[in-house]
Write a protein that binds this ligand. Structure first.
Ligand SMILES: Nc1ncnc2c1ncn2[C@@H]1O[C@H](COP(=O)(O)OP(=O)(O)OP(=O)(O)O)[C@@H](O)[C@H]1O
Ligand SMILES: [Mg+2]
Length: 237
């Protein structure tokens, strides 16, 4: 479904990702782990052409999504964004009502009378419906961080992209919402190809079919099991 072929990315001549060749099978969940600054977000953003406006950003090689080469300058970015949805680490809601945020990506494809049903469907999917059903006309910015994150996920799901890219999507969520989103993602696998970036190694291993590690610009399969280093507790003084 997604194939990286000798893909490289750099900012102002500084290579971040180098000659990556790997593929992500359709209807699978892949987790990506790697140190801060290793290029995880850069990889996700490149996959949906979010770096186009960064002047010194350069790519090499190709990324094929369903045969469409993301790296070609003449690629239809709007068509690509309907196929590939990105959930950012920090929730990014629009200064509009909750319901207008949910339908934002497909507002021109459906009529206004269909907004409530669609909103209820996707808000239920992300376990937000009960919390917002009485305030759908309120500004989305009045929601908590965790609620905003679930709202951005609902907004993305409404567009039904084939590929879901999730950049540390649970880092602002409480344990209950985190567990709910992890469960949701498992159920979405039948319909989507999912790439999930996380710093939590146990989360990476529990939710994904495959864990990749980004290190020194390369993407490698996780070969050794991750050993948790627990510092022995020593009493102060
Ligand atoms: N707009 C930019 N201009 C210049 N350099 C950038 C830009 N965006 C990212 N970088 C650099 O690219 C490298 C990779 O950054 P990236 O955000 O992809 O890392 P990351 O693996 O997602 O880190 P984290 O785990 O902290 O989110 C870093 O050295 C970063 O400073
Ligand atoms: Mg990042």
């Amino acid at each position: 479904m997604i194939q990286f072929k000798n893909f490289s990315a750099s900012f102002g001549g500084r290579k971040i990702l180098q000659e990556l060749t790997f593929s992500l099978p359709a209807n699978s969940i892949t987790s990506i782990i790697g140190a801060s600054g290793s290029g995880k977000t850069t990889l996700l953003r490149a996959l949906c052409r979010m770096n186009d406006r960064i002047e010194n950003f350069r790519v090499g090689g190709s990324i094929l999504v369903d045969g469409m080469d993301v790296c070609r300058p003449d690629t239809d970015v709007y068509a690509l964004r309907r196929k590939v949805g990105l959930i950012f680490q920090k929730p990014c809601v629009f200064p509009k009502s909750i319901i207008d945020n949910v339908v934002f990506g497909i507002r021109e494809k459906i009529t206004k009378k269909d907004y409530p049903d669609l909103a209820e469907k996707v808000l239920r999917e992300v376990f937000l419906w009960e919390e917002v059903k009485d305030r759908l006309e309120e500004k989305a910015t009045t929601l908590s961080q965790g609620q905003q994150q679930r709202l951005t996920l609902a907004r993305t799901l409404a567009v039904e992209p084939e590929v879901l890219l999730m950049d540390e999507p649970t880092s602002s969520l409480d344990p209950k919402s985190t567990a709910a989103i992890e469960k949701l993602v498992q159920s979405l696998k039948n319909r989507h190809t999912i790439l999930w970036v996380t710093h939590q190694h146990d989360q990476a291993q529990s939710i994904a079919d495959r864990v990749l590690v980004i290190e020194k610009g390369q993407v490698l399969p996780l070969s050794a099991p991750i050993v948790r280093l627990v510092k022995p507790f020593t009493k102060a003084g």
